[in-house]
Design a protein. Structure first.
Length: 388
């Protein structure tokens, strides 16, 4: 299905073998070429991190604005302001994920090429490979887990009669195909690492785990992490995830030929070196106190023009209601009556010097309404309304 991609990559390995005469070294050079091809994506990821670091003071100011508020409305407003900031600045938070997503397909391509070397490296047709495999099985030859790798080893080290029998399925003598041999010195890396029965190749998955875990730890030191991401890294769940990825890679290493594990180790070492080099060429800026203060002043109490005419969304915190957002008070009928009584009381106080006076022709004393009495009456009404 993916032969249009796998066949050219196989010919790249074959080209390296033409002057290295070692398929293992050719695979490592192939890893170097892949790393160089993907370097523009790594540079793009670094530039994305630089932009994120420059926006960090503003993001921190927005988070400080909503600090201590846990209601959903406040959280949504904080997230919306943060996304609006990213959109205005042309920053995509997911822009740096592409290099990570490409690594697994590349590993699968290398696995397919190495486990089917006759097809993708030697260029032998699928029909010829099938005929030679059936012939070997009829001769009770154990080809192992990956039949093409076992067939390649059998044809390369087999008798002349076996090679002559296979030659009838080929277009040219078998010696001209340069059958692959994945060896480190005299050690064969084509079998799978195994625990039961154990073999010396079990050290390869262990090295894969150490290389991947070590590369993740080192690369974090040269990669920008947002403050909230750095805090999340300290949580137990994130620490478990940091161990889960190397553990998954180790499990894959037991399911593949040891040479794929060697490729994985070498690729992690290259990634660390590349990340170190890129971080020196494109350093991540650090936040300064002046930038933080400026951002807090800009975003601390900012109301966007496009939301100025909209009715405010009431949250559980009254701090969300700025003075400009509060609706004007509408006095009710009772308040108007109270205000009129207060005015009458003030006028009475101004015209009447004593608080009490005796009516002419009677022994009764009329009490002039005082301003304090009206206020007391108003307070009683308010308490009564609250109880109701």
């Amino acid at each position: 299905m993916f032969d249009f991609l796998l066949i050219p990559l196989g010919y790249v390995i074959k080209f390296f073998y033409s002057f290295t005469h070692s398929y293992l070294l050719s695979v490592l050079l192939f890893a170097l070429v892949i790393e160089i091809i993907l370097s523009p994506l790594q540079i793009k990821q670094q530039k994305s991190s630089i932009k994120q670091a420059k926006l960090a003071p503003k993001v921190k100011a927005i988070q400080k604005k909503y600090a201590g508020r846990t209601d959903n409305v406040s959280k949504q407003k904080m997230q919306q302001e943060t996304m609006d900031l990213y959109r205005e600045e042309g920053f995509n938070p997911a822009g740096g994920c592409l290099p990570l997503l490409i690594q697994l397909p590349v590993i699968l391509c290398v696995w397919r090429i190495i486990t089917q070397p006759l097809k993708y490296i030697c260029g032998i047709s699928a029909e010829a490979v099938t005929n030679m495999t059936n012939m070997a099985k009829n001769l009770n030859v154990n080809l192992g887990t990956y039949s093409e790798m076992g067939l390649s080893n059998w044809l390369r080290g087999g008798s002349q009669s076996a090679q002559a029998a296979a030659a009838k399925f080929l277009e040219k003598p078998i010696t001209e195909y340069r059958l692959p041999e994945f060896k480190l010195f005299s050690l064969d890396l084509s079998p799978n690492p195994s625990i039961n029965p154990i073999n010396w190749l079990v050290i390869i998955p262990v090295l894969v785990f150490l290389a991947m875990w070590g590369s993740m730890v080192i690369m974090k030191k040269f990669t920008y992490q947002a403050p909230e991401a750095a805090e999340a890294q300290n949580k137990i769940s994130m620490k478990i995830m940091n161990l889960a990825m190397p553990a998954l890679s180790t499990w894959f290493s037991f399911q593949m030929p040891a040479v794929v594990g060697v490729y994985w180790i070498f690729r992690n070492i290259l990634s660390v070196g590349e990340r170190f080099l890129i971080s020196k060429i494109f350093p991540i800026p650090q936040m300064t106190d002046d930038e933080i203060a400026k951002a807090e002043k800009e975003y601390g109490g900012k109301i966007k023009e496009k939301e100025a005419n909209k009715p405010p969304v009431r949250s559980l915190h009254r701090i969300d209601w700025d003075d400009e957002e509060l609706p004007p008070a509408t006095p009710d009928a009772e308040d108007e009556d109270d205000e009129e009584e207060v005015k009458e009381a003030e006028e009475a106080e101004d015209t009447a010097a004593p608080t009490e006076e005796k009516k002419e022709g009677s022994g009764l004393i009329e009490r002039v309404p005082m301003k304090e009495d009206v206020k007391e009456k108003k307070e009683k009404k308010q308490k009564k309304n609250k109880k109701e």
